[in-house]
Design a protein around this ligand. Structure first.
Ligand SMILES: Cc1cc2nc3c(=O)[nH]c(=O)nc-3n(C[C@H](O)[C@H](O)[C@H](O)COP(=O)(O)OP(=O)(O)OC[C@H]3O[C@@H](n4cnc5c(N)ncnc54)[C@H](O)[C@@H]3O)c2cc1C
Length: 1231
């Protein structure tokens, strides 16, 4: 074959190839045309909105979800794509299809013919789309395997169960013969989809550099984010020889194109069929796959793709090596060679494959009696995350002269070097040794030599990763001992407490409980009415800014961003950009018509940096082009030369250098702190420092704006995804709905809208800007990180006497809202505690990071977190529980707060007491102690945390609102108000208030009603004004910073949360077992929405304290370029997943309370519950205390947020961590 010329090769194969590519999208036939982007995803071509799950059917009809943005358009040829829009809509009762899942979408109650084959309802012919298929196995069990579908949803209208067949698989696709494809793409790209192995080899012979593609989950990342370009792509998904899954004498033969989901299903079958001693490797691979990516990735990602990518953190490669797997490699001449997996990985993403070779299959050998294999993986987040360290381990032991001797051993780690690394010295040492506890110490020492990460190793966390390597081996050792015992070879099992090291976590079905009383006021207020947009959102019908149809002639914008933290701009060279396809214009500071300076409070920013850049990600210019991709490509070609200047990259550096935003030093004083400290009244004085990590807003829809000139540029109109349209107002700014904001779209969105407006104004054309997620994350600022330095004096009884607190927040390179954030932090630094003498000072640090901004809680959570830290420090000193200390110091009714406000209508004690009963705290403590006594390597912890959140803006002028109510002659009531719907349900609540006020029923989705139309007509005929304007100013609020006294808050929202967690002390893994929350929301206008806010706020807070870590290029992270954000996407920044929701999650609203000061006696709910998430942090710390106690350490230690596995593991000091760090080691944090 290879001897043919290229032309001959192509001719020989020509007649077999088709260039007709057909797909169906939501049952509509589409013929694929040459796309405009290199690897468009189905979303970008068909313009389907809200497409996050694509279901694809292939012959015979399989149904699976895939990740739309990583699926090249051509990869779904011949398939039926069902997007969220295809599932249904409100008119058709959308939930009928949600009740179906995966393979079952097309089957179940289909009519069947005589031999039992289903009949296609569309063609009336037998149809294989009705073949019975297995459903997805449940995540909770290795072998869970279900055949039957039980309906899980019902018709909201008539209550009937959805089990009927709904969708019709397109008959054309069913009957059509699958063809080899040869298609042309953008920029000369060729896409081949051979259906025979010989065609693959033809193509490889002709184009040795062609890229093979299976699931594209790696290649897609390379082309999207790493600028990789491949001109010849060979999709090998349809080649049967690469899909083998066969059990043979020597093991399982796995074709390289087999998807991970197929492999999972096959291994489940194998495990049931084969002898138990043969399947240890299969079980290890299956367990590893459980935590490999998510379902959408596993459905397409292939075994071969994972191997050939040769990623240093591949979850499977260490296992292939440890299990002794071999790889079959095929060359273009059809020759097969075999190589052991352990010899295949040559260097960083380099494998033993020549250009004319492909990976054919993997042979996974059966294990022998007394041979054990185990997999390991520790990630930031359990679900859908890449490994920090992973491993595969295998040992074969044999009995000789009464001892069990190691005959063969393999220990391979991933995530510790450029390639999976065998611990070869350790392996040599262990071979022929007796398998008993005696080998552990020396093994640890050798492992430390084999796998020692250098201090500045990429990825950081070296103390943690080093500790993990030893912890994994310890776990393996116990696992083997346990297996020998349960299989009956060893009489003695593990000590009961040690079993906790090897129990794997399985998540049971979670339970949610919501408790509230209905306080109905009028027709609608007080009812748990469904959010008015919810049906639109779940059916994909809701329109966001990016969905707005663009006017003709619209240009697309991309930003030219600074790549230096602090530097002078020497020159900007746009010559390459100008010749880039589709380029229309580049706009810089000189092009701004009017002032280039801007800012929400102080004008200390520039629309486009003119001379000096002060952070990475600062906007230097904007490029506009005909498409989004062309704009990005051109912007990347703008070359800027800089002269670097010294940069400040942490709060500590800023404090040291005196780098503060001007006029931001503030102080609040009550009593006399100094006097109290020297008076002798304090039995104890403690000092400490709390570092509080930041948080990315991670709203669903990134920042987006569409700007267009009207009247030849006299007016500019704008649609923006902002949560504060008035801060963007030029002439007309509209915001319909935003996919979350959380504060991140309050001020920072203006700068992008302004940049787009400049281009639009200059060109007199519509300009649209949509930030990619990574650009959004690295440029728009986050929740402020804080540094708090405290000194607390208290009595031996636990009564607080004095607090001296210095707060610093990281403002970044402009002031933005950092000062009001600091002020709110200062107001909340007491949380709910009575502190007779207090001095709080605050100052905003200037650093060379993007400007940090508002985020749910607005500085309050950071300060309360610091308060809860020093309370816990006190408790440790006094050897009492933090909850006792808290109760002793609660503020009482009539207490004068440290800023002069009188505490009135405080319900904190009722909230706390109700929670204590609800969570049964005393019993919970006993149970935790019992568990911890019986488990050495797993510990449980509990905590109760209170909160008091001040409602009103600190700036008086912001405490105002207006509304316009109009009644139309058909009875429709229209309420226009200034609030932005950002998920919090403001429109629903306003509609409820309006309905109750007019005494009319609330009809969801539309406020029109005929009820009052006679009356309205009568009013109209009598010329009565049917419109009214309302204006409200929050009374009695105001604060004077000169005296440091006033009433900044109209009232407070109170709440308290209990959390119970379980940690794995060897790996740092944790999960939240129980959360119980009680909140006082007065008489809730809508308890359903309010409880949703509490649950959502709590989980967002949980993310902040336990999962989400921002890693910046600073002194602590030298492996990141200075000033750059490493965690700039969901791959590296982990928000809570479904699996992080507490297993038992109860929310109760305090009953019998009202808030007479406010409309319908309700209370604000959006921000207050966020801080309650910190209960999880303190529960984790409680569990860590139990782990440290096992080693004799009882004293105070710092646990910064987020309490990631790294922080948990390193705080659970034991003989392993002590090899790498001291007992007070504090993992690095960007603050
Ligand atoms: C969201 C997400 C989560 C992920 N999570 C994990 C995870 O938890 N663990 C993990 O290990 N990885 C993970 N990955 C990485 C990736 O999904 C896997 O490596 C996957 O198995 C790659 O398979 P693929 O079929 O998609 O590869 P593709 O992208 O199609 O191909 C990858 C590479 O393999 C080459 N290749 C494919 N088949 C052959 C063959 N037969 N012969 C020679 N070369 C071949 C291709 O040319 C290409 O270079 C994740 C990726 C994403 C996007």
């Amino acid at each position: 074959m290879a001897s043919l010329t290229k032309a001959e090769e192509e001719t020989a194969a020509a007649e077999e190839w088709s260039d007709e590519a057909v797909i169906y999208v939501n049952s509509v036939r589409r013929v694929l045309r040459r796309p405009r982007a290199p690897h468009p995803a189905p979303t970008s071509v068909f313009g389907e909105q809200s497409l996050d799950v694509v279901k694809v059917a292939v012959e015979p009809a399989l149904h699976f979800a895939i990740n739309a943005c990583l699926a090249p358009l051509y990869s779904v040829e011949g398939m039926h794509i069902i997007t969220v829009e295809g599932i249904g809509n409100r008119q058709q009762d959308a939930f009928r299809v949600f009740s179906k899942r995966d393979d079952l979408l097309y089957i179940d109650s289909s009519p069947k013919n005589a031999d039992g084959r289903p009949i296609c309802p569309s063609t009336g012919k037998p149809c294989s789309c009705g073949d019975e298929k297995d459903t997805d196995a449940s995540e909770s069990s290795l072998l869970a395997h279900t055949k039957n579908y039980s309906p899980c949803s019902y018709n909201e209208i008539d209550g009937s169960v959805y089990s009927e067949k709904e969708l019709i698989f397109p008959p054309e696709l069913q009957l059509r013969k699958v063809m080899s494809l040869k298609l042309n793409g953008f920029n000369g790209i060729k896409w081949y989809r051979p259906i025979k192995l010989k065609q693959v080899l033809h193509l490889k012979a002709c184009y040795p550099n062609a890229k093979l593609i299976n699931g594209n989950s790696e290649v897609g990342i390379e082309t999207k984010f790493k600028n990789a370009q491949y001109s010849d792509l060979i999709s090998v998904t349809h080649v049967p020889e690469l899909h083998n899954l066969i059990m043979k004498e020597d093991g399982i033969h796995i074709g390289s194109s087999v998807s991970l989901a197929q492999l999972q299903n096959f291994l489940r079958k194998v495990i049931l069929e084969r002898d138990s001693h043969e399947i240890s490797s299969c079980e290890a691979v299956l367990r590893q796959l459980k935590w490999f990516a998510g379902t959408q990735i596993r459905n397409v990602a292939s075994v071969g793709g994972n191997i050939c990518t040769a990623s240093p953190i591949s979850d499977l490669n260490p296992l292939w090596m440890a299990t002794g797997a071999t790889f079959e490699i095929l060359d273009v001449n059809n020759n097969i060679r075999t190589t052991p997996a352990k010899d295949f990985f040559l260097g960083y993403r380099k494998v033993d494959l020549k250009p004319d070779e492909i990976l054919l299959s993997v042979i996974l050998p059966w294990t022998r009696p007394f041979e054990f294999v185990k997999e390991f993986k520790q990630a930031h987040r359990r679900e859908d995350d890449i490994a920090l360290v992973n491993a595969g381990m295998r040992v074969y032991i044999r009995k000789a002269k009464g001892d069990w001797i190691i005959s063969d051993v393999s220990i391979v780690y991933g995530g510790v070097a450029a390639v999976p690394l065998s611990a070869s010295k350790t392996e040599t040492f262990l071979t022929r040794k007796k398998w008993d506890y005696g080998l552990l110490d020396e093994t640890f020492d050798l492992l430390k030599e084999d796998i020692l990460l250098a201090e500045n190793a990429p990825g950081g966390m070296v103390e943690f990763r080093n500790s993990l390597t030893l912890s994994f081996f310890f776990n393996f050792f116990l696992h083997v001992n346990h297996e020998m015992n349960i299989k009956g070879f060893w009489k003695d099992g593990l000590p009961a407490a040690s079993l906790s090291a090897i129990e794997s976590y399985t998540r049971p079905v979670g339970v949610g409980i919501q408790c509230y009383e209905l306080v109905r006021q009028g027709t609608a207020v007080g009812q748990p009415v469904v959010h008015m947009s919810s049906m639109l959102q779940v059916t994909g019908e809701a329109e966001y800014t990016d969905d707005t149809p663009t006017p003709p002639n619209t240009l697309h914008a991309a930003l030219v961003l600074s790549t230096k933290a602090h530097a002078r701009i020497l020159c900007i060279d746009a010559s390459l950009a100008k010749s880039s396809p589709g380029f229309v214009g580049l706009f810089l500071s000189k092009d701004v018509p009017g002032a280039n300076h801007t800012g929400p409070v102080v004008h200390d920013e520039e629309v486009f940096a003119s001379d000096v850049v002060t952070c990475v990600g600062q906007i230097v210019g904007i490029v506009v082009a005909d498409t989004h991709d062309n704009a990005k490509a051109a912007a990347n070609k703008v070359n800027i030369e800089y002269a670097e200047l010294p940069a400040i990259l942490s709060i500590e550096e800023a404090v040291k250098a005196g780098s503060f935003h001007p006029n931001t030093k503030k102080c609040l004083v009550k009593g006399n702190v100094e006097e109290c400290f020297v008076s002798g009244a304090c039995n104890r004085i403690i000092e400490g420092e709390v570092r509080v990590g930041g948080q990315e807003h991670f709203y669903m829809e990134p920042q987006c704006a569409l700007v267009w000139p009207v009247d030849s540029g006299n007016e500019i109109h704008m649609i923006s995804s902002t949560q504060a349209p008035q801060k963007h107002q030029i002439v007309v700014c509209k915001t319909k709905r935003i996919g979350g904001g959380f504060g991140g779209k309050e001020t920072r969105s203006a700068i992008f809208a302004a940049a787009a407006s400049v281009a639009s104004y200059c060109l007199r054309r519509p300009v649209k800007i949509v930030l990619d997620r990574d650009v959004d994350m690295m440029t728009t600022g986050q929740r402020h990180s804080f540094l708090g330095k405290y000194k607390v004096g208290f009595t031996n009884d636990g009564k607080i006497l004095a607090l001296d607190l210095d707060l610093y927040n990281n403002g970044g390179n402009s002031l933005d809202l950092s000062l009001p954030v600091m002020e709110r932090a200062m107001f909340h630094s007491d949380n709910v505690y009575d502190i007779p003498n207090i001095r709080v000072s605050g100052q905003v640090c200037f650093t060379n990071f993007p400007s940090n901004t508002a985020f749910r809680g607005f500085g309050g959570p950071q300060a309360m977190l610091i308060a809860e830290n020093w309370i816990q420090h006190m408790a440790t000193e006094l050897k009492r529980s933090p909850e006792e200390i808290k109760e002793l110091n609660f503020q009482r009714e009539g207490y004068v707060l440290h800023y002069g406000q009188l505490l009135q209508n405080s319900t904190i004690r009722s909230v706390w007491d109700e929670l204590k009963v609800s969570c049964n705290f005393i019993e919970a403590r006993k149970a935790v102690i019992g568990f911890n006594n019986n488990n050495r390597w797993r510990k449980r912890g509990i905590a109760m945390v209170p909160t008091k959140f001040g409602i009103s803006f600190n700036s008086k002028f912001m405490n105002q609102a207006g509304a316009l109510v109009q009644v139309y002659t058909d009875g429709t009531v229209l309420v226009a108000h200034g609030g932005v719907e950002m998920g919090q349900g403001i429109h629903t609540k306003v509609a409820q208030v309006a309905a109750s006020s007019f005494n009319i029923p609330l009809s969801i989705g539309c406020m029109s009603t005929n009820h009052g139309s006679d009356l309205v007509q009568a009013c109209y005929m009598e010329r009565i004004d049917l419109s009214a304007h309302g204006f409200y100013i929050t009374p009695d609020v105001g604060f004077d910073w000169v005296s440091g006294k006033g009433t900044p808050f109209y009232y407070f929202t109170y709440g308290a949360a209990f959390a119970e967690v379980e940690i794995d002390t060897l790996t740092g893994d944790f999960h939240t077992r129980t959360v119980d929350i009680v909140m006082d929301l007065g008489s809730s206008i809508n308890p359903a929405i309010d409880i949703g806010q509490i649950e959502g706020g709590f989980v967002q807070g949980l993310g902040w304290v336990a999962l989400e870590e921002l890693k910046w290029g600073d002194d602590n992270h030298k492996w990141i370029r200075p000033g750059h954000l490493f965690t700039c996407g969901p791959g590296s920044y982990k928000i809570p997943s479904v699996n992080d929701i507490p297993l038992n999650f109860k929310v109760s609203l305090l009953k019998g309370v009202s808030n007479p000061k406010v409309i319908h006696s309700s209370k604000a709910v959006g921000e207050p519950p966020f801080f309650l998430g910190s209960a999880v942090l303190f529960a984790i710390k409680d569990a860590i205390y139990a782990a440290r106690a096992e080693e004799g350490h009882f004293d105070w230690f710092s646990l910064d947020n987020p309490a990631t596995p790294e922080r948990i593991r390193m705080a659970c000091v034991d003989s392993i961590t002590k090899k790498f760090a001291t007992i007070y080691y504090r993992p690095k944090l960007s603050v």
